[in-house]
Design a protein around this ligand. Structure first.
Ligand code: ADP
Ligand code: NI
Length: 216
């Protein structure tokens, strides 16, 4: 990696760390840090461009719809301009980020490049397993959602708007997104990493419902 790229990465890490340091919905700096680490691990095995993958992982949630920011503001583009990154690389980074997010159980979000596949897999790995469970309840709490409501069925959303506007209890999110992710991993490395995380969520849900129904 050339010196300039190392500088971009260090400056971006510092910038993002400061913005997300007090985020309380599971999208704090340490989420970004884990996604970056997963993404680099996958990229080394799948031969993705390490610079583009790391930049996109660091910036992937900066303009996310779930997080507070001024409407219409494009913080990522602004930051890339500020760094003075060449136009082609900036466009590639923005393109990767635009393909990362989940948009509903029945909405197709297949990434078009190896780098986008990698960053999407990395972000999804942090949505499942023990950490994924913790993040999901943190998010639900931050939005004042119920933990579980036996009278509200999960919905497999067929459009982004409906997914985005749902205020369902947090347990529903497992059925609406988290349990679907294992089958949708893009890379072989990501698929392998998803396995034990997926199993852990299944056993968490089994225990949750056993306790709820006083079976144990
Ligand atoms: P994505 O871009 O795919 O949405 P993020 O990293 O931005 O991925 O964050 C997604 C995480 O936010 C989910 O995995 C979950 O932890 C939390 N989250 C998002 N929507 C909900 C919801 N409706 N209920 C509970 N948690 C949610
Ligand atoms: Ni994320």
């Amino acid at each position: 990696m050339i010196e300039n790229q190392q500088k971009h990465l260090l400056r971006t890490e510092k910038f993002v760390r400061n913005i997300f340091k007090n985020e309380g919905s599971g999208h704090d700096w340490w989420h970004v840090y884990r996604v970056k680490n997963y993404a680099l691990e996958i990229a080394k095995k799948e031969k993705g461009n390490l610079y583009l993958v790391e930049m996109a992982a660091l910036l992937h949630d900066l303009d996310d719809w779930k997080l507070k920011k001024a409407p219409g503001e494009n913080r990522t583009q602004k930051w890339l301009n500020h760094l003075g990154i060449e136009e082609k690389a900036a466009a590639q980074i923005l393109e990767i980020i635009s393909q990362v997010s989940f948009k509903g159980a029945r909405v197709k979000t297949k990434p078009a490049t190896t780098e986008a596949e990698i960053v999407q897999d990395a972000d999804r790995l942090d949505a499942i397993g023990a950490i994924g469970i913790a993040r999901t309840f943190a998010y639900g709490g931050s939005k004042s959602r119920l933990i579980y409501d036996p009278e509200t069925e999960p919905v497999l959303h067929d459009n982004f708007k409906a997914y985005k506007n749902s205020a369902a209890p947090t347990i529903n999110h497992f059925y609406e997104k988290l349990l679907l992710l294992k089958e949708r991993m893009n890379t072989e490395t990501g698929k392998k990493m998803a396995e034990s995380r997926h199993r852990f969520m299944e056993s968490f849900l089994e225990q949750f419902f056993n306790e709820w129904e006083v079976k144990i």
